[in-house]
Write a protein of this length. Structure first.
Ligand SMILES: Nc1ncnc2c1ncn2[C@@H]1O[C@H](COP(=O)(O)OP(=O)(O)OP(=O)(O)O)[C@@H](O)[C@H]1O
Ligand SMILES: [Mg+2]
Length: 262
């Protein structure tokens, strides 16, 4: 086994099996709180958060998307900036607010969003030294647990306080991993995304990931697709932007797998 494979194997062993819980925010209530995280940038976290939450909602399952990335890209897929009345930052920091105050309805019937603005970048410095800083999201989500079946949390490409809050609040973790060489370098921990099945490298990396992580890898693989790349520019999830595209089909299948795993 190469050194890289060994280090990935070690990481894989430390990841709980398929449906084992990582946190305990709401697992007992039958609610799935899914953090989408990978400290690597541009691996498809936000694309997955947007389209997985849209797919779950389109199945009629009440779903909440929490945007915990100051870039706010997930937010902008569903809401216009002028529509935002309160963002996740205010709802997490302000003592007089609850997260419920920041819930926004979307055009998709069963999908609500708690939006992020660039102000969220201040979260870390604002909460620095607070004893509950890691638990803020988990604590404040409690009032929303009865309203949803799925809560999906998009995170920034760092392992800072925002991502830690998402991990602490979640019952499950989904790690998008791109089937490229650099995706494996330094990734300690899996949804294969932006996969190009035409290249030998893409196939090799996918096989390698499957070999090391086994059943922890979703069967669904998200292919590299121009439609998926374009859809955020049109502020739409893939299901309305290109309903018959491979990306729509794959994210729909992913939602089926997520439902089946828990
Ligand atoms: N399957 C895909 N095929 C082609 N392009 C994709 C695919 N998935 C995502 N992209 C594009 O790749 C870029 C990065 O994707 P995305 O924003 O989802 O990654 P991210 O992990 O959230 O990035 P960041 O770490 O900056 O938050 C975006 O331009 C997105 O449109
Ligand atoms: Mg992102």
């Amino acid at each position: 086994m190469t050194q890289k494979a060994a280090s990935i194997r070690r990481a894989a062993d430390s990841v709980p099996n398929d449906s084992q819980e990582i946190g305990s925010a709401g697992g007992d209530d039958g609610i799935l709180i899914l953090a989408i995280a990978n400290q690597k940038g541009g691996v498809g976290k936000t694309t997955t958060a947007i389209n997985l939450s849209a797919a779950l909602a389109q199945r009629g399952l009440p779903t909440l998307l929490v945007d915990l990335d100051p870039q706010g890209n997930a937010t902008l897929s569903f809401l216009d900036p002028e529509q935002l009345h309160l963002s996740v930052y205010d709802a997490l920091v302000d003592e007089d607010r609850t997260l419920k105050d920041a819930v926004h309805k979307t055009n998709i019937k069963s999908l609500d969003v708690i939006p992020a603005r660039i102000s969220l970048a201040k979260f870390e410095s604002k909460l620095l030294g607070d004893i509950d800083s890691h638990f803020r999201l988990k604590d404040r989500l409690k009032t929303l647990l009865q309203d949803y079946r799925y809560i999906v949390i998009d995170t920034p490409p760092t392992l800072g306080l925002l991502t830690v809050n998402a991990l602490v609040a979640s019952t499950h973790l989904l790690v998008p991993i791109q089937s490229s060489y650099f995706a494996l370098e330094g990734t300690d921990d899996l949804l294969v995304t932006i996969h190009d099945k035409r290249t030998i490298l893409g196939r090799d990396i996918k096989n390698h990931i499957k070999e090391v992580f086994g059943s922890k890898v979703f069967r669904t693989i998200i292919s590299r697709s121009v439609r998926l790349e374009e859809s955020p520019a049109y502020k739409e999830p893939i299901f309305s932007f290109a309903p018959h595209s491979s990306g729509a089909l794959q994210y729909y299948k992913l939602s089926e797998e997520v439902i089946g795993r828990v």
